[in-house]
Design a protein. Structure first.
Length: 203
């Protein structure tokens, strides 16, 4: 049994690495979660929490955004994500499309990463709109398809199709975790990787 003698350059690797990617989380708020029809809500929450845990384990920059909290029309990010992302301040907006908020775009650009792992509610709106804009501006977009949801299965699927046709690269949460770890010999993160994967897989 052999393993690679050298690790590929994590900055230029075409695959996702802890050094070339950032995580963008948009509008995982109670009202939005409650409106999801395209998948079971507990599974959705478990999956997006696994994504957040992976980002924390591998030290990815995280851009977290909410909508209408400051106006009093909505409530903050669900507590399950807040607990994982302690210390990450949410960028609150009024715009439906996060990419039309200057502070949000500035935060994404400040990560210095061109590969954006994106999760948002709803798929057909709050994922699709900023994903399309990011793609137009030359970013690579990786929607985590089992950690997003829509107001119907059709709406979810149509939203994903639209951004994939524009060049997005769909992944799953477990694919993301495995892509970031890549080798069991990376001992610093192997225990955390195993905990995320094997505790989050649904029977």
């Amino acid at each position: 049994m052999t393993s690679p003698a050298t690790i590929r350059d994590p900055l230029t690797d075409d695959l996702l690495t802890p050094q070339n990617a950032a995580l963008v989380i948009i509008d995982f708020q109670p009202v939005q979660v409650a409106s999801i029809v395209s998948m079971e809500r507990r599974e959705l929450i478990a999956n997006v929490v696994a994504v957040a845990k992976a980002a924390k384990l591998y030290g990815l920059p995280v851009v977290l955004s909410t909508v209408n909290v400051a106006t009093g029309r909505n409530t903050p990010t669900i507590h399950q994500l807040q607990e994982v992302l302690e210390g990450v301040e949410a960028i609150d907006r009024t715009s439906i499309n996060a990419w039309e908020d200057d502070d949000f775009v500035a935060a994404v650009q400040a990560t210095g990463r061109r590969k954006l792992i994106m999760v948002a509610l709803w798929t057909e709106v709050c994922l699709a709109f900023p994903a399309l804009d990011a793609l137009r501006e030359g970013f690579e977009v990786y929607p985590v398809v089992d950690a997003v949801g829509g107001t119907s299965k059709l709406a979810h699927e149509a939203g994903l199709q639209r951004i994939v046709q524009a060049g997005a690269r769909p992944i799953t949460w477990i694919q993301l975790a495995c892509e970031l770890q890549r080798d069991w010999n990376r001992a610093a993160t192997a225990p955390g990787f195993a905990e995320i994967v094997f505790s989050s897989i649904h029977p």
